[in-house]
Structures are given as structure tokens and as C-alpha cells.
Design a protein around this ligand. Structure first.
Ligand code: 13P
Length: 248
């Protein structure tokens, strides 16, 4: 059984006020069928822990260092994140690949650090618009997935979550066609495990989440903009709750 997972990626947005609002909105009801996680900026993680520690809501970071410790000014280690009882860490988001020069090798090392510290990595993969136009989606996505998956043991792989985020769909309001996304998820599944949770990301919202989750290989969503609005995020959770967990 792959339990549906909805993850909010706040990116460099939000505030302590928004965190309180999110807390209020999310804890107004209980959830059973869907796993929920919020990934605010690092600086808000201690407060996130205070607010959500005894709740059903998991939380995590948006990045982690590929190093264990030492002279790496500004970086945050996986061990530090686990001290704050983080559950998840997003790794290899396209914005980090693009703006921070993260390579597949660095991303694989980050996943390793996260797993060593007991965190669940959410590995992000996806092609850009040009690659899509050139018909390179499969090759790009598979090589991004393989460069991490091939370096993990089966036991580690069992913990990994993968998010397929086509870059052209991120923040554009132009979500992928759910059927097309499902085909890419199917490929990712072949390169990972039957049990691996594979999330879709890219302009997911309350209007389209249902159709994505109805696809056999889409196990949840990594949500940017829509997860900055507590009422919309809760609405998306409610829609997901109404659909069932994937049984394979
Ligand atoms: P949007 O939902 O804002 O398109 O962002 C998706 C994303 O990048 C989540 O990691």
C-alpha cells in the first residue's frame, strides 16, 4: 500500500504568522488516509516543531548539506535537521539545480546524508521546456532518478520519495496533463520500487489534484503556491482524503 502524501514546499515564502494560520487550519480536523508534510524555510523549523510535534502533520526542510559537518558557512546538516525531529527533506529541487548549480552527484550525496540521519529524502526530478520539446523527457528524468537510486541500498531505497516536477509546470499555472505525468511516473516506478511513493509537482491546485491522484502511479503531490494558502491546502487534503490509498 502506498499512502497518499501531500507535501507543501513553501520555497522562500511565508512567515511565522502564516505558520500559525496553517497550524490552526490543519489542526481543525483529523486526517486518516493522507500523509501531510510542510516544508517551510529552515529558519521557521524550530517553531514548526513547537506547533506540530504532537500532531499528525509531518514537517521537513527544503534542502540539506551534502557534507556531514565542518567549515561550510551557511549550510545545514542532516543531523541538525534530525535534532529538530524533521521527517522529510526536499532534495534536488529544480530551483536548486538551476540557481545553486546542484549536480546529480551532489544530489545523490545529499540523499545519502539525509538517509544516514534518519530523514526521508524527497528527490525532485523533471525536464525543462526545451527538453520536453526535444522529446528528452524520459532520458532526462531516468538519468536523474538513476543517479540517486543506483547509489542506494534496497533498504534505503524503500524510504525514498520521488517527486516528478516538470520545470515548465512549476509556478506557471500550466500543470502537466495527468495522463502524461502518469506515464513518466510509470517509468520512474520501473527505475525505483513498486512501493516508492512518487509525487507530482507543478501548478497542482484544488481544481486539478483529484485528477492527478486518480492516476495509478501518482501517489501524492509536492505543492508550491497553492500550499501557501491554508484554506486551499486544506481543501486539497480533503479532496485527497476522499480518494483512496493506492493498493498495488
Ligand atoms: P507550484 O505548485 O507553485 O507550481 O510549485 C511546485 C513546486 O516546485 C513544488 O516543489
Amino acid at each position: 500500500v502506498r499512502k497518499t502524501l501531500l507535501v507543501a514546499n513553501w520555497k522562500m515564502n511565508g512567515s511565522l504568522d502564516l505558520l500559525s494560520q496553517m497550524h490552526e487550519a490543519l489542526l481543525a480536523k483529523s486526517y486518516s488516509g493522507v500523509g501531510i508534510a510542510i516544508c517551510p524555510p529552515f529558519i521557521f523549523l524550530p517553531q514548526t516543531q513547537n506547533l506540530f510535534k504532537d500532531s499528525q502533520i509531518a514537517y521537513g526542510a527544503q534542502d540539506v548539506s551534502d557534507q556531514d559537518n565542518g567549515a561550510y558557512t551557511g549550510q545545514i546538516s542532516a543531523k541538525m535537521l534530525s535534532q529538530l525531529a524533521c521527517d522529510y527533506v526536499i532534495i534536488g529541487h529544480s530551483e536548486r539545480r538551476q540557481y545553486c548549480g546542484e549536480t546529480d552527484k551532489i544530489i545523490a550525496a545529499k540523499c545519502q546524508r539525509a538517509l544516514d540521519a534518519g530523514l526521508v529524502p524527497i528527490l525532485c526530478v523533471g525536464e525543462n521546456a526545451t527538453q520536453k520539446q526535444n522529446g528528452e523527457t524520459e532520458a532526462i528524468v531516468l538519468s536523474q532518478v538513476r543517479s540517486v537510486v543506483d547509489s542506494l541500498t534496497t533498504e534505503q531505497l524503500e524510504k525514498l520519495v520521488i517527486a516528478y516536477e516538470p520545470i515548465w509546470a512549476i509556478g506557471t499555472g500550466l500543470a502537466a496533463n495527468p495522463l502524461d505525468a502518469n506515464k513518466v511516473h510509470e517509468l520512474i516506478r520501473k527505475a525505483s520500487l513498486q512501493t516508492t511513493r512518487i509525487l507530482y509537482g507543478g501548478s497542482a491546485n484544488a481544481e486539478n489534484i483529484r485528477e492527478f491522484l486518480m492516476q495509478p502511479n501518482i501517489d501524492g503531490a509536492l505543492i508550491g503556491g497553492a500550499a501557501l494558502k491554508p484554506e486551499v491546502f486544506v481543501q486539497m487534503i480533503n479532496i485527497s482524503e476522499a480518494l483512496c490509498t493506492k493498493v498495488y
